[in-house]
Design a protein around this ligand. Structure first.
Ligand SMILES: NC(=O)c1ccc[n+]([C@@H]2O[C@H](COP(=O)([O-])OP(=O)(O)OC[C@H]3O[C@@H](n4cnc5c(N)ncnc54)[C@H](O)[C@@H]3O)[C@@H](O)[C@H]2O)c1
Length: 337
């Protein structure tokens, strides 16, 4: 199966280093030619001069889209119009309105929600499913990084190019992970703020949401002034507490801690699961798209999931700006429709 790549930056390279068996990268494009050259050296892919040249249905059946956020939805649209399948990096667009016209496309559209493919998360899903008598009370998540010098001059800090700040960058991951368990989340309250970086998008966001069906609560904080990278995703049920800590590498070893309450209460029983340091989530996610194309496997993280997350993101920004009436609050992208 021949695939193409549009956007040869950090994540484009990570994706092509995780291609499934039987997939070959045949073409790539990036306006930054040095980056395209690096991908070509790694894979032998032909460097082409435009997005359109890559999106040739005679040459590729699927395309990896890992460009900057402002390009993601428009490249996806061009690909599906040509009958090409897509894996597009989260957040897949700057705003949900950019994605809604793509609903009903014949092409498969996999959203790059690679966190869904982390083994601790897959174990967590199994645990929750195998204990239907133990419903979720609340989920609490924390995701943050320390960014880098010059971060506030990069595309992520420009609202036209990124669509928003930390909420749209790392926030969509935790919103997506929680939505798998709590699919009817409504925003109760939210606060986005730019505390540290010299930019007009948020570098920190806090939010509380409530699942309309189950009544469960979801609360999170995401930050690009976390200083020491951190990821934790905690699910509290009536009888258990599950803590997924770490994503490997700078986020620390990936673990799932399970605390089980006894009928008489007191200190809970405890189990710790550790996972290999190699991050296979990218490969497993790419394989999900390949299997969806070849065997009609269900996509785990599709267009409707991205739209759901982006609607929540938009609501969080709206609520946050309402809460800061008259004060300067972070900017976010809303299309003229
Ligand atoms: N799943 C994850 O955990 C994860 C992590 C980081 C980033 N991402 C997403 O991946 C995407 C890329 O992020 P990154 O960290 O690789 O950024 P990056 O800046 O390293 O790479 C972006 C690339 O897009 C290229 N580009 C700019 N305009 C383009 C155009 N018109 N057509 C084609 N390419 C263009 C840039 O030259 C650059 O090489 C973003 O959407 C980001 O949200 C996902």
């Amino acid at each position: 199966m021949n695939w193409g790549l549009i956007g040869c930056g950090v994540i484009g390279e990570r994706r092509i280093n995780s291609l499934p068996d039987g997939v070959k990268l045949v073409s790539c494009f990036d306006p930054n030619t040095e980056r395209a050259q690096k991908i070509s050296q790694l894979t032998g892919a032909e460097i082409l001069n435009s997005q359109e040249e890559v999106l040739n249905p005679k040459k590729i059946s699927a395309v990896i889209i890992a460009a900057i956020n402002s390009e993601l939805a428009s490249i996806t649209k061009k690909a599906v119009e040509r009958g090409i399948h897509v894996i597009v990096e989260k957040p897949a667009a700057r705003h949900f309105a950019e994605l809604e016209p793509l609903l009903g496309s014949k092409s498969k559209i996999k959203i790059g929600f690679n966190h869904r493919f982390h083994p601790a998360y897959l174990d967590l899903i199994k645990e929750i499913k195998s204990n239907p008598d133990d419903p979720i009370m609340f989920i609490r998540a924390q995701y943050g990084n320390g960014a880098r010098l010059g971060f506030d001059k990069e595309w992520r800090s420009n609202v036209q190019l990124s669509g928003g700040g930390e909420l749209l960058d790392q926030g969509v991951h935790v919103i997506d992970l929680a939505s798998v368990f709590l699919p009817d989340l409504e925003v109760v309250n939210a606060y986005s703020k730019t505390h540290y970086w010299d930019m007009n998008v948020d570098d920190n966001t806090w939010a509380t949401l409530s699942d309309q069906k189950s009544g469960a609560t979801f609360t999170f904080h995401v930050s690009s002034s976390e200083w020491k990278n951190e990821f934790r995703f905690e699910v509290y049920t009536r009888k258990r507490k599950y803590q997924w800590l770490g994503l490997g590498r700078s986020y620390g070893p990936e673990k799932l801690l399970i605390y089980k309450m006894k009928p008489e209460m007191g200190p809970p029983d405890f189990e710790e699961r550790s996972y290999p340091s190699e991050d296979l989530s990218w490969k497993d996610e790419n394989t999900n798209l390949k299997n969806a194309i070849e065997k009609n496997e269900v996509l785990f993280g599709d267009l409707s999931d991205a739209i759901r997350c982006l609607k929540i993101v938009n609501k969080i920004y709206e609520k946050s700006s309402e809460a800061q009436k008259g004060l300067k609050h972070p900017a976010w992208f809303v299309p003229n429709v």
